[in-house]
Design a protein around this ligand. Structure first.
Ligand code: NI
Length: 189
């Protein structure tokens, strides 16, 4: 996910770890974004590398959340950092996430790195409790609110094969689809 605040802010080059690299973010129209994901079963070095690369990719974009499907991988995990690297505690990788409960609502501007250049007012829960696993497979419970709740809701949608467009009215969705098709024709997507 990205929001207007994080957009345009460029990441200063911050000595990435030796192995991490920026991955290609797939865009709306690619089938991997529309498919539900598979559970992660191996908590190994490959998973760690994927998470490192996803974080690197998210920071470089810049964005505050990134789901594995957005880098073309149909597995159930996402990364997020709503502090944009200012607070280490907010740097999160959640494996096999499930939303356990939602409370309240918030309406706010939201964008998606897979639908670049578009922002919409979208209604999300104000508070979210999510369960999942950390990189070692240990159970994790996250209780978050506001931007982090918006972000987790957005990323778990991705992992269920849903983009933020599902929260738009049919009219707005049609308009977006037409604009994207024009961009595709121009080779600008
Ligand atoms: Ni997104």
């Amino acid at each position: 996910m990205n929001d207007r605040l994080s957009t345009g802010r460029r990441r200063t080059i911050n000595a990435p770890t030796q192995t991490s690299m920026i991955l290609k973010i797939v865009k709306y129209g690619e089938s991997v974004l529309a498919r539900p994901t598979e559970q992660v079963t191996a908590f190994d070095r490959e998973l760690r590398e994927l998470v490192d690369n996803m974080l690197e990719t998210m920071y470089a974009a810049p964005g505050v959340g990134l789901a594995a499907t957005q880098v073309g991988i149909g597995r159930r995990l996402f990364v997020m950092d709503c502090s944009t690297e200012k607070d280490k505690r907010q740097k999160i990788a959640l494996i096999n996430p499930v939303i356990e409960s939602e409370e309240g609502e918030q309406i706010g501007q939201e964008g998606c790195l897979s639908v670049p250049g578009f922002y919409f007012d979208i209604k999300r829960p104000r508070k979210v409790v999510a369960r999942g696993q950390d990189l070692d497979g240990n159970p994790v419970v996250l209780e978050v609110r506001d931007l982090e709740a918006r972000c987790i809701s957005h990323e778990v949608d991705h992992l269920d094969g849903k983009l933020l467009l599902v929260h738009l009215s049919p009219l707005k969705r049609d308009m977006l689809e037409r604009k994207v098709k024009k961009k595709m024709k121009r080779g600008d997507w």
